[in-house]
Design a protein around this ligand. Structure first.
Ligand code: BTN
Length: 239
């Protein structure tokens, strides 16, 4: 993979999308300062300049149909969890793709796919924000960073290279089923009973996260009976 470090950019995802035609597969755009980072649900992604990793990986000609695009989410999530494991930090994936350590978010991702005329994923921009050396999160009570977890400081360039080595190592599994199993096994609250708010029916109930369906829907067993399946934004986790 070829890393291009940018001193400052609005958003590495936006820049990767603007330069998509010129960037070969395996290109990575990383920014020391991201001035208008984009998050899920149209939110912004704020990070202190020079402290954290904000980068986008460009992949092209993937062996994926549009409906299989969810596997990129499994790939990036499992890669982050494996990378953090190697640092001695036990992380979990809050469905669909937030990475949490001890109830606090350490990483988030924004994956933007372009479909080809054959309905396959022609290109994917996998944008990842990983909190590394930031110690204070004034706007976010529930955020953490690698340094807050381990007490150490990390070189951003070396950390990105280490992460990309893990990511690349998992790439051949993109078409296999194993990634989904590994993703499901590291889901936050997996197998334990907790309370959920079903936003489709406006009900609160006690349930157990069992895993994900092939299409990426979250499966929760309702302890009152039955199984509930959710797409993004259809369920919220209650404390
Ligand atoms: C989220 O949790 O809401 C997703 C955050 C994704 C942030 C990353 S930082 C690098 C890339 N560029 C962006 O503008 N967003 C992603």
């Amino acid at each position: 993979m070829i890393i291009h470090w940018l001193s400052s950019i609005d958003s590495t995802n936006s820049e990767a999308l603007r330069r998509l035609a010129q960037l070969p597969s395996g290109s990575v755009l990383a920014a020391y300062d991201q001035t208008a980072g984009r998050g899920q649900r149209g939110n912004s992604w704020f990070t202190e300049p020079g402290k954290n990793l904000t980068f986008s990986i460009v992949l092209k000609n993937l062996p994926l149909k549009a409906s299989e695009g969810i596997r990129l989410n499994y790939l990036a999530s499992v890669a982050l969890v494996d990378f953090l494991d190697a640092k001695g930090v036990k992380a979990h994936i809050k469905w669909p793709n937030d990475i949490y350590v001890s109830g606090k978010k350490i990483s988030g991702m924004l994956i933007e796919n372009t479909l080809g005329p054959d309905g396959r994923v022609a290109a994917s921009v996998i944008g990842i924000g990983l909190n590394v050396n930031q110690k204070e999160f004034p706007q976010l009570a529930l955020a953490t960073s690698l340094t807050l977890c381990t007490g150490r400081e990390y070189a951003l360039e070396a950390s990105l290279e280490e992460f990309l080595a893990v990511f690349e190592g998992l790439l051949p599994q993109l078409s296999a089923g194993e990634l989904m199993g590994r993703y499901a096994s590291r889901l936050f609250r997996s197998g334990v009973s907790a309370r959920y708010h079903d936003l489709l029916t406006d009900e609160e109930y006690e349930g157990v996260i069992e895993g994900v369906e092939d299409d990426g829907r979250l499966r929760i067993r309702d302890l009152g009976g039955g199984t509930r399946l959710y797409r993004f934004k259809e369920v919220s986790y209650l404390l």
